[in-house]
Write a protein that binds this ligand. Structure first.
Ligand code: CP3
Length: 369
């Protein structure tokens, strides 16, 4: 069933994701609907985090908050949800207090057997699909809508650690102590991610991003063993599934934070996200042409802390970022989606975020002569 949606009036994000040259860089920000916005904090006073995720009207409202505030400045909306809705769908209880907390994390491979074998993705995550459809209609074609999922390794890490962790000792111990059971768990998570992402496109998502935020905790060998095969499976099977269901083959983005860029690029996503520790010029040299001779789009990568540095620093650092991405593309604004190198943090002044977006508009265009 294909749905009818209003026509898109700003497709800058989709063109850049396909590797095209654009009149300026499209820009959006990870966690753009979040605690730095007073309107978000206001909604959170009366609603729990996962209550918002589960209510299509509230999730739509929150997704729209930055789009309204920064009208004409943001080039994408990202559906308000969380990567941890997948472990919830797999039968695990997760609360936000204030960070994520699993009441009963996985301690040994025997705990995996307690999780239901079959997960009905439509039933367990149908609320995300409803939120996407309602948001897509509400956006009325202003900007494209991004859907997302956590990556198998990052989700496995949360399911075992039971929340955030500095050392990732428990989850990494699994990889070394129970490599086969780890792979089985990763396969199970992958199966759900694939169905979940296809369902999101069916519901209205126009680009999909996979967050492997904890990729950098793994050695290159362990990333190749425990992350990459599943990231590749997701890219391949999502594209196949979309084709089989006659859905649009939307661009795919991989944000594998801290992973070696050439390994991340080998997963065959259209775009790879970069954090601020990487220079796009170096990354372009490593990734250009390695997959079917095409230019892999790069997304990023301003250090989120720059947004605390005041207007002068924001302008200076955005200019520096623009120069780096233009250099990476031989002096053109091409195959680049501007973003921060990770999510925007709660203490940022919303006016400084606005200034950041304005600077990207101003400096990312390359003069034609
Ligand atoms: O980007 C967006 O605006 C869309 C919404 C979104 C959220 N989380 C909302 C959120 C997205 C895409 C995520 C992804 C997510 N969630 C990731 C991957 C991206 C990343 O940041 O690395 C991860 C690791 C999570 C898990 C998670 N959710 C953590 C570790 C935390 C606590 C840390 C923090 O920032 O507070 C959350 C909570 C969360 N997810 C908040 C928001 C707006 C803040 C919680 C609140 O409202 O109280």
């Amino acid at each position: 069933m294909t749905q009818e949606f209003p026509a898109l009036t700003n497709d800058l994000l989709l063109r850049a994701a396909r590797g095209e040259q654009t009149e300026r860089a499209p820009v959006w920000v990870m966690r753009q609907a979040g605690r730095y916005l007073p309107e978000f904090r206001k909604t959170r006073e009366t609603h729990e985090f996962f209550e918002i995720c589960r209510s299509p009207t509230l999730a739509t409202e929150i997704t729209m908050q930055p789009i309204r505030r920064y009208a004409g400045l943001l080039d994408a909306a990202i559906i308000f949800s969380d990567i941890l809705v997948v472990p919830q769908a797999m039968g695990m209880e997760v609360i936000m207090n204030p960070g994520p907390h699993f009441t009963d994390p996985l301690n040994t491979p025997a705990d995996v057997e307690k999780l239901p074998r079959e997960v009905d993705v439509e039933k367990e995550l149908g609320y995300v699909f409803e939120a996407l459809t309602l948001t897509r209609k509400t956006l009325a074609g202003q900007v494209p809508l991004i859907g997302f999922s956590g990556a198998p390794w990052t989700l496995m890490m949360y399911m075992i650690e039971g929340g955030g962790s500095q050392t990732r000792q428990k989850s990494k111990t699994w990889l070394f102590k129970y490599p086969e059971a780890s792979k089985q768990l990763l396969e199970r998570i992958t199966d759900i991610c694939v169905q979940y992402l296809i369902g999101q496109v069916n519901a209205g998502a126009q680009l999909l991003q996979v967050f492997d935020s904890n990729a950098g905790d793994l050695s290159p060998y362990d990333f190749s063993t425990f992350a990459l095969p599943y990231l590749k499976r997701i890219a391949d099977e999502v594209r196949e599934g979309l084709k089989a269901r006659q859905l649009p083959i939307v661009p795919l983005t991989l944000f594998a934070k801290g992973a070696p860029p050439s390994l991340a690029a080998s997963a065959k996503y259209d775009t790879i996200g970069l954090d601020w520790t990487l220079d796009p010029r170096d990354v372009a040299k490593l990734t250009d042409g390695i997959i079917d001779g095409r230019t892999i789009t790069l997304q990023g990568n301003l250090d989120p802390v720059v947004l605390y540095g005041g207007r002068e620093a924001i302008e200076r650092e955005v200019k520096r970022m623009c120069n780096a991405f233009h250099d990476a593309r031989g002096g053109a604004c091409k195959a680049w989606i501007a973003n921060l190198g990770h999510g925007i943090t709660p203490g940022v002044n919303p006016e400084d975020m606005k200034f950041f977006l304005e600077c990207v508009h101003k400096y990312s265009a390359v003069p034609s002569s």
